[in-house]
Ligand binder design. Structure first.
Ligand code: NJP
Length: 251
């Protein structure tokens, strides 16, 4: 309650559900994405629902480091800094290794890996300079960060999520070496019903819809519940990874 959280990719899907849940719990949440109008709408909804926290919309293209750094400096000026950082923004393009376009690969690396790393570094800096010892950095990873699916469309995406697995564990070790109690966690969902599969380069909307209809998927709110659970763990408890799949998902 009263803490400042940054949620990246808060315009739709999992990020919007996480932002809403944290505002409901009384946090001051800076929600960023490119479609800031959607976050403004969500902020108005949270306000009319009478939630005790606030959602502050911030327009940021996370594939641009300058924009990320300006966002952190605005957060410092307006809200003193970040206590909780939820690295949620991410995307997958259908760009197989044998035929994909470099541009699509680069976009996945920029958002899924580099933006997450830059936000992590800047959030840590913000916590350290204010002696925040109970901060938390949560990465929204994927089951794709734990096993490679036999689908050419997802191999590069899997590679970026394997990077998230490595970065979260590496972060945990660096935080320990820095002698802080700031915690690092990743949450690794299976299929979640959002707009995600419709936003791929070369996405086939019928195929995407069929995937979501094939089983009873997780909801964005299920992931938001995992985030609030992780944040509510006692200070001595370090949750490394929460893997969650729909009951009906096989792989
Ligand atoms: O995705 P979607 P989800 N700069 O497409 C933002 C992981 N995951 O909520 O800029 C700034 O509905 C985009 O904002 P906008 C997945 O890998 C998902 O399902 O306005 N923001 C939007 O808010 C990802 O890490 C599933 O377009 C940028 C958000 O990212 C996380 O869950 C399964 C941006 C994407 O919303 C959220 O995914 C799984 C940029 N350059 C893991 N580019 C699943 N849905 O099945 C994108 O295992 N965003």
């Amino acid at each position: 309650k009263g803490r400042v959280a940054l949620v990246t990719g808060a315009s739709v899907g999992i990020g919007a559900a996480v932002a809403r849940a944290l505002v409901q719990q009384g946090m001051r949440v800076v929600g960023c994405a490119r479609s800031v109008d959607k976050i403004e709408k969500l902020a108005a909804e949270c306000q009319s629902a009478g939630y005790s926290g606030t959602l502050i919309p911030y327009k940021c293209d996370l594939s641009n480091e300058e924009e990320i750094l300006s966002m952190f400096s605005a957060i410092k000026t307006q809200h003193k800094g970040v206590d909780v950082c939820i690295n949620n923004a991410g995307l997958a393009h259908n760009e197989p290794l044998l035929s994909g376009k470099t541009e699509g690969w680069r976009n996945m690396i920029d958002v899924n890996v580099l933006a997450l790393s830059i936000c992590t570094r800047e959030a840590y800096k913000s916590m350290k300079e204010r002696n925040v010892d109970d901060g938390h950095i949560i990465n929204i990873n994927s089951m794709s960060g734990h096993r490679v699916l036999p689908s050419a469309a997802s191999h590069f995406y899997c590679a970026t999520k394997y990077a998230v697995t490595a970065l979260t564990e590496g972060l945990r070790q660096e935080l320990r070496e820095a002698n802080t109690h700031i915690r690092a966690t990743c949450i690794s969902p299976g299929l979640v019903e959002t707009e995600f599969a419709f936003r791929h380069h070369n996405s086939d909307p019928e195929r995407a819809a069929a995937v979501y209809e094939s089983i009873k998927c997780l909801k964005a709110e299920d992931i938001a519940s995992a985030v609030t659970f992780v944040l509510s763990a006692p200070p001595h408890v370090q949750i490394g990874d929460v893997q969650m799949r729909p009951v009906e998902q096989v792989s």
